[in-house]
Design a binder for this molecule. Structure first.
Ligand code: AMP
Length: 282
């Protein structure tokens, strides 16, 4: 496994592989890797000849400096973990390497996709995501890129960006990996104590409750009941929305196939995100 921190060294190696006709699978991450990330890497390994994982805590997608400073950084153990599977290349650039002084940022009109949920509560977040992912795509030029459905809205934004910029990259959305308890695996879980992890289970339980209610209630009714249910726990709810999975518009009286419940809550200072498909369509 090769580890690169500069764009030029990475591109020199990758262009050789491309000349040999190898297909490139790419998994962008912010590190502090867990088995949720590894499941994405394994999908890339299965579907592509060469797998590249980037590890970069992107400052431009954090609207909260405290959150950025507290974000876990564990590069050495990340490298160790990836070396135990068939990952071929790690790209771990510095902020300076990714954003040299004269770099220009792209501005996309993401419309409703960036106005609701994460877009509403984290102003500028998706501008940061679009900029870093488009830059990484430009550097790596993958055939396929793998993203987790845990960040449901992010997948919609990345698909929109890829179509808008007409990039020849297939976006693969991968299911959320959970702990046995049900809590979604997340780098931020490292910041939770055991009892906080138990408290955080209310997120998964709320989603399961929503799914159960969805069989005989309207989206509005489910939302009201889940918000009420959430008050029994210790976490602070930021939002709970039931949305159309394509447009991300909130549903009120009518269900649509694959309607998805999206939730964000704070356990102390730690912001946790999760979602669940309430109306799975085969
Ligand atoms: P992050 O390092 O948090 O930016 O995540 C990198 C990629 O891993 C993103 O596409 C996430 O959606 C994905 N990811 C994070 N947690 C999970 C999980 N529990 N299951 C599956 N994918 C995940």
């Amino acid at each position: 496994m090769k580890v690169y921190s500069t764009i030029s060294a990475l591109q020199e190696y990758v262009s050789k592989l491309k000349l040999e006709g190898k297909s490139i699978g790419f998994v962008p991450t912010m590190g502090a890797l867990h088995y949720g990330h590894i499941s994405l890497v394994n999908s890339a390994i299965t579907q592509c000849d060469i797998t590249i994982v980037s590890i970069f805590v992107n400052p431009t997608q954090f609207n909260n400096q405290e959150d950025l400073l507290n974000y876990p950084r564990t590069l050495e153990s990340d490298i160790e973990l990836l070396s135990t599977i068939d990952c071929d290349i790690i790209f771990a650039p510095s902020v300076q390497e990714m954003y040299p002084e004269k770099s220009v940022s792209i501005q996309l009109d993401l419309g409703n996709l960036a106005e609701v949920m994460e877009g509403k509560f984290r102003p500028g977040h998706f501008d940061g995501v679009v900029n870093v992912v488009s830059r990484l795509f430009e550097i790596v030029k993958p055939d396929k890129a793998f993203f987790g459905l845990k960040d449901f809205q992010q997948v919609s934004v990345i698909r929109f960006m890829t179509n808008f910029l007409k990039l020849p990259i297939e976006i693969i959305a991968c299911p959320t990996l959970r702990e046995q308890s049900g809590i979604a695996m997340s780098s931020r879980n490292m910041r939770l104590s055991e009892s906080e992890k138990e408290d955080s289970l209310i997120i998964f339980n709320s989603l399961c409750f929503a799914k159960k209610l969805a069989s005989n209630q309207t989206p509005d009714e489910v939302k009201a009941n889940v918000i009420d249910y959430f008050k029994n726990g210790k976490l602070a709810l930021e939002y709970f929305e039931i949305v159309n999975p394509i447009t991300l518009e909130a549903l009120s009286s009518q269900w649509v196939p694959n309607a998805t419940a999206c939730i964000v809550a704070f356990c102390g200072e730690v912001r946790l995100i999760d979602n669940m498909n309430l109306k799975i369509q085969d």
